[in-house]
Design a protein. Structure first.
Length: 347
């Protein structure tokens, strides 16, 4: 469960140890998606419960407590996450960040929820009201925190306002702006950052990823997201979509929507978000972040695009992202999205 840390997390781990002498009752680990925040938080949970921690505060991986933790049977540990993530034992060691975790299709007729529900928070009451094992600490890991629905967030807030003794909450978030300010105010925030490009590329190469620099750029420098993308087998589909974006038009939009209707709509929206970001960035600063391989196409589009229209377009795509998981018709959704995109360059 709590795998060893990623190479780029070592310095953050040392910083975290400075909190051990006076631990807050809640720590919120936050940072970009796809960098290993969940693995980091679970490793810390394991270390907090370890009977014989190492000199640097890490778990020993040999004591009874560590054994129980690995089997997810530790009496003083609870993990709270959406049902959809329970369908996996995933990659931020499970993250695509995944905290960030890669989801698998459920065989159940009812699709697992992507929310953390109030019943899951209420279920912690019995856990927190019984004595801890060997008079030690109890730990609750909750991720991603932005998956809390409104009722669950309010229930958690009440617990954070009056935390039980000897209880540590470890929250993980990709988006602080999606959390209640009152929850933020009751947690000690701990930022986890992207590794350097050299460090990330080195790790990806060690994982057998070819063209690591390209995958890494396309995922904004997040190594776990880059690794997941490289393993997804979607390179040809992505390139087809990006080539389509490079030559906007009504006909290409209609034909593209027909060809791509079986592709994950969420992925298509994410690719378009990054593409528009590159167009705007190139127009304002001359820089390309995600798709440097398409510099010629992006430069041609910049000359045809109005900045105000581009800003409105990226706002609209962000709004599409919120409903991309459940389109009524994938083809019509993609068609409408590509036609709106093509209109940016029709003048």
């Amino acid at each position: 469960m709590a795998s060893p840390l990623y190479p780029w997390q070592q310095s953050s781990w040392q910083q975290l140890q400075q909190l051990r002498e006076r631990l807050p009752h809640a720590i919120l680990f936050h940072g970009p998606e796809g960098i290993g925040k969940t693995r980091f938080a679970e490793r810390f949970a394991k270390a907090l419960l370890c009977q014989t921690p190492t000199a640097n505060g890490d778990a020993c991986d040999h004591c009874d407590s560590c054994g129980w933790f690995e089997q997810y049977s530790h009496p003083d540990y609870r993990r709270v996450r959406p049902e959809a993530l329970d369908e996996d034992e995933a990659v931020e060691g499970g993250e695509t960040e995944g905290g960030e975790l890669v989801e698998k299709k459920s065989a159940k007729s009812v699709k697992p929820s992507k929310d953390i529900k109030i019943d899951q928070i209420r279920a912690l009451a019995d856990f927190m009201n019984i004595s801890t094992h060997r008079q030690g600490m109890r730990v609750v890991a909750l991720y991603p925190a932005e998956a809390l629905n409104t009722a669950a967030a309010n229930a958690l807030l009440k617990t954070l306002e009056e935390p039980p003794p000897s209880t540590m909450f470890l929250l993980v978030s990709n988006s602080l702006d999606r959390l209640l300010p009152t929850i933020l105010s009751r947690c000690r925030k701990f930022a986890l950052t992207l590794p350097s490009m050299q460090e990330a590329q080195s790790w990806l190469t060690g994982q057998g990823v070819k063209d690591a620099d390209i995958w890494l750029a396309e995922q904004g420098g997040a190594p776990l997201a880059a690794h997941a993308a490289a393993e997804s087998g979607m390179r040809d589909t992505m390139d087809e979509f990006l080539q389509l974006l490079g030559k906007p038009g009504t006909e290409t939009a209609l034909k593209g929507a027909e060809r791509l209707q079986k592709t994950s709509v969420t992925e298509l929206v994410a690719w378009l978000q990054r593409w528009l970001y590159d167009v705007i960035s190139l127009k304002l600063s001359g820089r390309i972040r995600y798709y440097p391989r398409y510099q010629r196409e992006l430069e041609a589009l910049v000359a045809r695009a109005d900045l105000a229209e581009l800003l409105r377009a990226i706002k609209a795509v962000n709004e599409r992202r919120a409903i991309a998981d459940h389109p009524l018709s994938a083809r019509l959704f993609i068609e409408d999205m590509l036609l709106a995109y093509s209109n940016l360059f029709s003048a």
